[in-house]
Design a protein around this ligand. Structure first.
Ligand code: AMP
Length: 447
């Protein structure tokens, strides 16, 4: 069974799925959808990009349609918990797309936005409530939300929710749910904390695992660029001269770092925005929308803010800093290889970060090829003591490697076709209407 039409889904759901451009099911959908429709609890180890949202929302919608439950004031029939506002919004957009020909009521509850509209939306009750744990618990404590009639519970990105310290909130929320319910837990990784939570809330679950870290990593054309810490900004400006890097997600470790990198890009005439937890919900959503629309070429993000960002056609992921957890690396680069598409990643590695790189290579069970074709390579591999950046004598215009006529970044580029989804924004030509880099060095031929 590989086609959505084989599942016995409601015709209106099928029509919406077809219009979304989905034809065949992804591996997690093949395994999860029939099991959830049968009523089984589920524990699924899957990352974003595998099609996991449809894997739980499609059978959930089907069950809500055929079940006998009713909406109750302040209540929800299905509760989907997610770690971040972005992911919650993303899930909600998907659910609304799949149920657009149906009369199901869906609403969102998350922090960082006014509570009043959320309270109002809950007054008459909804079919599907998508929420982040903190605000949901607040509204439950204030008796604006009553989850005593929940039939289905989904925990999405459970590992990240626990990382973010939501375990107590989650336990308090679940304590108010009926025990007779169907529970689905999705997590990219399965540390003992998630295993423990799963054991306490799932009943005889079916366990499925798709796309382990190595598989996702294999789809991405990865490169590492050795560079002294103090020259990463210049390296970034250099690689972005290649216009085939047209929709670029850049990761920094800190919020401050994200702002700084984004500001510098704007100064260089590269349209850019930063997205992180200190920004208001509106600002984050605006940044995300312009990135999606192709108006912003580079989005600079921290790990937490980037969770749940679902943007098709990201041509490149740049790790401005190497993450110290291999899992973050896999998550980050996975943003460019969504649902079957391929993509490229460029990781900037300074002397101190080499140990992180080693851990990553061990975890993905493959070496990340070093791309030498950039002006700072020779400096980056100089055996400087940790923490000391070697300052070049030639002002950073050193070695121009390769001589193959392609810029280093471009040679890492492959076509990212958005995985065959219709309506997916395609990478735009970076040159179109965008201000150019004012400090251009001679441009080599782009791929
Ligand atoms: P997710 O893992 O849920 O974040 O989904 C990743 C992306 O894949 C989203 O843009 C979905 O719209 C898309 N997608 C999900 N299922 C399919 C499918 N069966 N065929 C094509 N695209 C899909």
């Amino acid at each position: 069974m590989t086609k959505f039409t084989d599942l016995g889904l409601n015709q209106s759901v099928l029509r919406a799925v077809e219009e979304g451009g989905y034809e065949t099911m992804t591996p997690i959908q093949k395994q999860a959808i029939p099991a959830v429709m049968e009523g089984k609890d589920l524990i699924a180890i899957a990352q974003t990009g595998t099609g996991k949202t449809a894997a739980f929302s499609l059978p959930l919608i089907q069950k809500l349609l055929t079940g006998e439950g009713k909406r109750t004031p302040k209540g929800a029939r299905a509760l989907i918990l997610a770690p971040t506002r972005e992911l919650a919004i993303q899930i909600s957009e998907n659910v609304q797309a799949y149920s657009k020909y149906l009369h199901l009521k869906t609403t969102l509850i998350y922090g960082g936005a006014g509570a009043k509209p959320q309270i109002k939306a809950m007054t008459a009750g909804v079919d599907i409530l998508i929420a982040t744990p903190g605000r949901l618990l607040d509204l439950m404590n204030q008796r604006h939300v009553n989850l005593g009639k929940v039939e289905y519970l989904v925990l999405d990105e459970a590992d990240r929710m626990l990382d973010m310290g939501f375990i107590r909130d989650i336990q308090k929320i679940i304590a108010q749910l009926p025990t007779a319910r169907q529970t689905l837990l999705f997590s990219a990784t399965m540390p003992t904390s998630v295993e423990k939570l799963a054991n306490s809330i799932l009943r005889n679950p079916l366990r499925i695992e798709v796309a382990p870290a190595a598989t996702t990593a294999e789809k991405v054309d990865q490169h590492v660029l050795m560079v002294p810490k103090g020259r990463k900004r210049e390296l970034l400006a250099h690689v972005l001269k290649d216009e085939s890097l047209s929709r670029v997600l850049i990761f920094t470790r800190t919020k401050h770092g994200a702002n700084k990198v984004s500001r510098q890009l704007v100064q260089l005439g590269i349209s850019s925005d930063a997205i992180h937890g200190n920004k208001s919900q509106n600002a984050r959503q605006k940044a995300l929308n312009s990135f999606r629309a192709g108006e912003t070429r580079a989005l600079v993000a921290t790990d937490v803010a980037a969770r749940g960002i679902d943007v098709d056609g990201v041509t490149h992921v740049i790790n401005f800093e190497i993450p110290n957890e291999p899992e973050s690396y896999v998550h980050r680069i996975g943003r460019t290889a969504r649902a079957g598409a391929t993509g490229s990643s460029l990781s900037f590695c300074d002397h101190e970060e080499r140990a992180f790189l080693k851990d990553i290579e061990k975890s993905i069970r493959q070496p990340v090829p070093v791309l030498e074709d950039h002006p700072f390579h020779a400096e980056g591999i100089a055996n400087a003591p940790a923490g000391e950046d070697s300052k070049p004598a030639n002002g950073g215009r050193g070695r121009r490697g390769g001589g193959n006529g392609r810029s280093g970044a471009a040679s890492g580029n492959r076509q990212n076709n958005g995985g065959g989804r219709s309506g997916a924004p395609k990478p735009q030509n970076a040159g179109s209407g965008r201000p150019r880099n004012r400090n251009r060095r001679p441009q080599r031929a782009a791929a």
